[in-house]
Write a protein that binds this ligand. Structure first.
Ligand SMILES: Nc1c(NC[C@H](O)[C@H](O)[C@H](O)CO)[nH]c(=O)[nH]c1=O
Ligand SMILES: CC(=O)[C@@H](O)COP(=O)(O)O
Length: 170
């Protein structure tokens, strides 16, 4: 079973405003969305091949918001593993470093603090082309790799905990 969750904007923009976005920006936003979809598809598809039966997908606004949602889900006690996936593309300013740094340390903290593996599936790219290449393009699909890492780490911890050789989560 798969369920999808996403936040709602109380003050949604009027239809015309979205259409007024600059074409280049709109194209970039659509490309990021397409990459994210392909990435997520590979993650879920690969997980299911490995016997994962229940998947919840929660959409966050940006990679900087991954840690708070991933940590809350990990601590909720319902998941063997959480995979944080995102795509960050370098821009003109240092904003990229702030987003990547926050996402990286936040995801690591969510994992070690909860005791539930939170897998780092964030693409950190200099160009959009690099991102597309890794979301079903010529370099493969890193979403599938993240799924395998989640299954392997979740199963290792389940085994060690079952034998009393690792602390229980939370
Ligand atoms: N530029 C990218 C962002 N930026 C948004 C931040 O993640 C965050 O939502 C904002 O700063 C509010 O806290 N996020 C990405 O995932 N990828 C980008 O390329
Ligand atoms: C990683 C970012 O948020 C990036 O898109 C910001 O772009 P810029 O540095 O050109 O403002």
């Amino acid at each position: 079973m798969m369920a999808a969750h996403s936040g709602r904007l109380v003050a949604a923009p009027a239809q015309g405003q979205a259409a007024a976005a600059a074409p280049a920006r709109r194209r970039a936003a659509l490309a990021v969305r397409a990459a994210g979809k392909a990435y997520e598809g590979s993650l879920v598809g690969t997980g299911m091949k490995f016997g994962v039966v229940d998947v919840d997908v929660a959409w966050v606004p940006g990679s900087f918001e991954l840690p708070v949602v991933a940590k809350a889900m990990a601590k909720g006690g319902k998941y063997d593993a959480v995979v944080a996936i995102g795509v960050v593309v370098r821009g003109d300013t240092t904003h990229y470093d702030a987003v990547v740094g926050g996402a990286t340390s936040g995801v690591l903290n969510a994992s070690t603090d909860s005791g539930v593996p939170v897998i780092f599936g964030v693409l950190t790219c200099d160009t959009m082309e690099q991102a597309l290449d890794r979301a079903g393009g010529k370099v493969g699909n890193k979403g599938g790799e993240a799924a395998v890492t989640a299954v392997e780490t979740g199963s290792l911890l389940r085994q060690l905990r079952g034998e009393g050789k690792a602390a229980q989560p939370w």
